[in-house]
Design a protein around this ligand. Structure first.
Ligand SMILES: [Zn+2]
Length: 699
């Protein structure tokens, strides 16, 4: 990713060769994707692009003017053709006749669907009138850091004219909506030669007669702002450094300690997932003299604000005398104070028809000398919130370097956060999945049962850390799952479960990746077979190490995290039918599996008072996809039954009471049940998934 600091200019990426054969809508898509590909031009989901295109009306056959504009909820960087809404321009113009004034501007959103061209199902966004009423065919609206730095400066009007002269105008802060569309139109009529306009506390509008001209104007104007900051903003960032930066390993170590504790304190209403960012932009800010005063001002651009809340929480931590114990002890009070402040802000600003107060917890946690931690309902949202706050940091850096930075006025911020149109958008969101916001670690995660389990949990919205010793299989599993569910949801760690150090560091990586842990699936295993007189001590110890000690080590680590996090916890052991049923020629394996089951019972007893549940799934003969059921073990079992290895699956099926084969997905289903709230009142249980085997009936 490109460095987001001022310095590097934006490149003009327009390629005439590529654009030559494109239709106007295709050129709009091309331009949008180019602009959205750089976070310095606009943040994720922020900004809009549009083009007015002459099209044949499907009803009358006449050629009519159609506005193509990014639809509601889209992102210009990743938008595809179906992300644009299309509206009749003459109908959009006719809306002016029924507009009742600024107090009623929200009702205009309800009229937009009446303007739809060609039954396009993509909902039009609130920004549509802003694009429709600029009397130019191609319009870009971006949220560039360098422009918002001007827009969020106390003297932004003066700075705009100083940098751009008459080419770029300036409009005072106005919440995006119908009225702002009319303001833009008036501005263009009064300033026919202007190429764009800076919106105070918000962003940039630019336009052109062709798609290429609009694109190049946008890039040129942002580059001029970047260049201006290069010459004007030459002092130390944020007034200079007042705190040391800890070394990378120490920063990570502190974050691992803070994240689960914060998570436990803010996850009462919904489970949250964390993200840690210690990029240079963040470190410059969290070590500066201006950290506290600037953080208290909150963000400026409404997009930044919606994603990062009214203001971040600055964690009380002194990197000059690092004492994380003190910080941890102070967190409950710091978070309670933040919540009380948020509730007071809600009470101060609420209106008669405001929606009820939402989650009062902070999204952004700034740790001096360490970095930034963000928490949200899922990993993507937490990561994107961090990206937004980095945009806000860049804005504050620019504005405070050349002027006085001004955040959005509190009432304006509130009116956007609790905007009824925003509330309606939230209400339309799909219901969260059953494991949304939950974090699971699966040992043996690259194998048959492990991967099927990760898949099942991710299907339900969980984030999963795959732990395995097989690097190649681990990489393949991570690629497969991230392709299916998105990169944000899965991480992998190399973990030998018999190594105390490896277990500790693997769980640490999981904490840094997602901010906590809710579910441990202990599944890593092996199987051996030998008559007792032929069982070497090494073979005996190997079974004990991986199956008994390995399960102990990962459980101990999970318990430590659960107790710090104070939000309950869930452990599922994948044991075996052989943990209950004795089997000839496999005493080491059977005994170690029995140890697992008894360990689970002990842990269920110990964990109950902390709402930590521990349960066991007992599979039998899950051959497909298994790494255990390859090579030696398979041959040994086949030899024991005097049959060919290919006949084993049928053999086990016929041996079962239900005459069914057991697959990894069957085990994963039972694990999901025990890991989810469906089994909230079960602990210390064993679920057999073995197609029926009287020997392993629990008693
Ligand atoms: Zn905007």
């Amino acid at each position: 990713m490109l460095d987001k600091h001022q310095g590097a200019r934006l490149a003009n990426l327009w390629d005439d060769g590529k654009a030559a054969g494109m239709t106007e809508p295709e050129k709009l898509l091309y331009r949008s994707n180019l602009l959205g590909s750089d976070k310095r031009i606009t943040n994720y989901g922020g900004g809009n692009t549009s083009a007015e295109v002459m099209e044949k009306d499907p009803l009358t056959g006449e050629i009519v003017e159609v506005l193509w504009v990014k639809g509601s909820g889209g992102d210009v960087g990743t938008i595809k053709m179906d992300g644009f809404s299309t509206l009749y321009m003459d109908k959009l113009r006719a809306l002016k006749g029924i507009y009742r004034g600024v107090e009623f501007e929200d009702e205009m959103v309800g009229y937009l669907p009446h303007c739809t061209f060609n039954l396009n199902p993509r909902a039009a966004s609130i920004d549509t009138p802003l694009h429709a009423y600029v009397p130019k065919p191609h319009v870009d609206h971006m949220h560039p850091d360098a422009i918002i730095a001007i827009a969020a400066s106390k003297n932004s009007r003066e700075l705009t004219s100083k940098i751009f002269g008459d080419e770029i105008g300036w409009l005072p802060w106005k919440r995006p909506g119908y009225e702002l569309g009319l303001w833009l139109e008036k501005f263009c009529q009064e300033n026919p030669d202007a190429r764009g306009v800076v919106l105070e506390s918000h962003g940039l509008f630019t336009w052109g007669d062709t798609a290429k001209e609009a694109y190049e104007t946008t890039i040129e104007i942002i580059n001029r702002a970047i260049a201006w900051f290069e010459t004007e903003n030459t002092g130390p960032a944020f007034g200079g450094r007042s705190k040391p930066v800890l070394a990378a390993a120490d920063r990570a170590a502190i974050a691992k300690k803070l994240m689960p504790v914060i998570r436990g304190l803010i996850s009462a209403g919904e489970s949250k997932v964390g993200h840690f960012d210690d990029s240079q932009a963040v470190l410059d800010f969290v070590t500066s003299t201006s950290l506290e005063p600037l953080a208290a001002l909150g963000t400026s651009c409404p997009d930044h604000f919606l994603r990062t809340k009214i203001r971040p929480l600055v964690v009380d931590f002194d990197p000059a005398q690092p004492d994380v114990g003190n910080t941890l002890a102070g967190l409950p009070e710091a978070i309670a104070t933040y919540r009380a402040d948020y509730a007071a802000y809600y009470e101060r600003c609420k209106r008669a028809d405001s929606p009820a107060m939402r989650d009062p917890n902070a999204v952004v946690y700034l740790v001096p000398g360490v970095g930034m931690i963000t928490f949200a309902k899922d990993k993507a949202t937490a990561r994107i919130s961090a990206e937004f706050y980095v945009n806000a940091i860049n804005v504050m850096r620019g504005a405070s370097g050349v002027s006085t930075y001004v955040g959005l006025p509190e009432q304006e911020a509130f009116d956007i956060e609790y905007w009824l149109l925003e509330e309606a958008k939230l209400q339309r969101m799909p219901k969260p999945k059953s494991l949304a916001g939950r974090i699971a670690l699966v040992t043996g995660g690259a194998g048959g049962i492990g991967k099927a389990t990760a898949n099942r949990l991710m299907q339900e919205g969980a984030c999963v850390v795959l732990a395995d010793i097989d690097e190649t299989a681990l990489e393949a599993a991570q690629t497969e799952l991230s392709t299916r569910y998105g990169k944000d949801f899965v991480r992998s760690v190399n973990m030998n479960v018999t190594s105390e150090a490896a277990v500790e560091s693997g769980f640490g990586d999981a904490l840094l990746a997602f901010g906590g842990l809710d579910i441990l699936v202990s599944n890593a295993g092996l199987a051996t077979s030998a008559a007792v007189e032929d069982t070497t001590l090494a073979l005996w110890n190997k079974n004990m190490d991986i199956l008994a000690t390995g399960y102990f080590l990962v459980s101990r680590e999970a318990f430590r995290i659960f107790r710090n996090q104070k939000a309950g916890g869930n452990v599922v052991f994948v044991a075996s039918k052989n943990g209950l049923a004795a089997s000839p020629g496999a005493s080491a394996y059977c005994t170690a599996k029995a140890a697992e089951i008894h360990l689970a019972r002990c842990l269920a007893l110990e964990g109950a008072s902390a709402q930590i549940r521990v349960n066991v799934v007992n599979p039998d003969a899950v051959l497909r996809g298994s790494k255990i059921w390859t090579g030696e073990w398979k041959e040994q079992r086949a030899a024991a039954y005097k049959m060919d290895v290919d006949e084993l699956e049928a053999h086990y099926r016929e041996r079962s009471m239900l005459k069914l084969s057991v697959f990894p997905e069957d085990i994963a289903e039972a694990i999901y049940f025990l890991a989810s709230d469906m089994s909230a009142k079960s602990t210390g249980n064993i679920v057999n998934v073995d197609a029926g085997n009287a020997q392993s009936f629990t008693r």
